[in-house]
Write a protein that binds this ligand. Structure first.
Ligand code: ADE
Ligand code: ZN
Length: 326
């Protein structure tokens, strides 16, 4: 069995996937047309040519613009369903999807329109494809605490559909401590918590996510390697890091996959997982993320198997469900 066949053959969970980041240009054009919205690019090729990013902010500007064509519940359904079919074809058996409600509610789209479209596709995927899933609501950290509180309030009628809250968007200058009170309220309401930290931001943001936001997982976490005490804490508590290799390459968090810290993370016994982040923008879904990082770092089949097992263990499934998948 070759490397690609091996990666495909093992069941995997995806724990770091922004549904708006799975919006392929072909579908973007189709939905823009039916909603009669103009896109600033003339063709799919022109859109793809624009996907060259110098950093996280370059990407976010294009990503938020792309999400602007989503208007109706069916649009959110189609977006989610396209991702699920792709994930299924790559043997993803469980997925925990982020969505950014503020990107849509700020344009006048109802919270219900967004979540009902996503949720209906996830229910269909459970039935038709056998993929299980959870939904994670992310607050945009460049917006205010007040706006996050408002979004949390809008989410409460849909509490049964949402497992956790997270934190994403521009990192540097928007530390986790800004959202300590919102996350406390979210935990009171029964949500689990996660946060993007240590993608471009310093290790201190990872400490804040752990100590102030009480997160169960860190999304990215690359810069933990600059802080020995933090590594010790993450290892002792086996806090999962949802690492995204092709995202790190596209956003220049690393200059070459051969220099990616994943192997160091494994050597230190950190609880790492592989994920695709925004696959339509970064050149690959979960298979390509596993494959390209395995090739760049000469990972063994055992290391790849460990990464996939970690993804199941780090999920928000029940102990019984995890045991079945493992
Ligand atoms: N939103 C979508 N992808 C993101 C990423 N990689 N970092 C922060 N916010 C994001
Ligand atoms: Zn992300």
């Amino acid at each position: 069995m070759n490397l690609e066949q091996y990666i495909l053959s093992i069941p995997k969970a995806e724990l770091h996937l922004h549904i708006e980041g799975s919006f392929e240009p072909e579908l973007m054009f189709e939905i823009a047309k039916r909603n009669q919205i103009a896109i600033k690019y003339k063709s799919v090729e022109e859109v793809k040519a624009a996907y060259k990013f110098g950093n996280l902010q370059d990407f976010l500007d294009i990503y938020y613009a792309g999400a602007g064509v989503l208007q109706n519940e069916q649009d959110f359904y189609d977006l989610t369903w396209a991702y699920l079919q792709r994930a299924h074809s790559e043997n993803v058996v469980h997925t925990e999807i982020f969505f950014d409600p503020q990107t849509h509610t700020d344009r006048g789209i109802a919270f219900a329109t967004v979540i009902n479209g996503i949720d209906r596709a996830l229910s269909d995927a459970k039935q038709k494809l056998g993929i299980s899933s959870k939904i994670i609501l992310c607050f945009l950290r460049h917006l205010s605490e007040e706006a996050a509180f408002e979004t949390l309030a809008q989410s409460l009628p849909f509490k049964d559909k949402i497992i956790a809250v997270g934190l994403d968007s521009s990192e540097v200058g928007f530390p986790p401590e800004k959202f300590e009170r919102v996350f406390a309220k979210a935990r009171e309401e029964g949500f689990l918590t996660v946060a993007h930290a240590g993608e471009e931001g310093p290790a201190s943001y990872i400490w804040q996510a752990l100590d102030l936001l009480k997160v169960s997982r860190i999304d990215h976490g690359n810069t933990c390697l600059t802080d020995k005490k933090l590594i010790k804490r993450l290892v002792e508590e086996q806090i999962p890091l949802t690492v995204c290799p092709l995202s790190n390459l596209s956003l220049r968090v690393v200059s070459d996959l051969k220099l990616h810290p994943l192997k160091q993370m494994l050597a230190k016994d950190l609880m790492v997982t592989i994920n695709s982040d925004d696959p339509a923008y970064f050149g690959g879904y979960i298979l390509q993320n596993y494959l390209q990082i395995a090739q760049a770092l000469n990972l063994t089949f055992d290391e790849i198997s460990l990464l996939a097992q970690n993804s199941i263990k780090a999920s928000f499934l029940s102990p019984k469900e995890k045991a079945e998948l493992l």
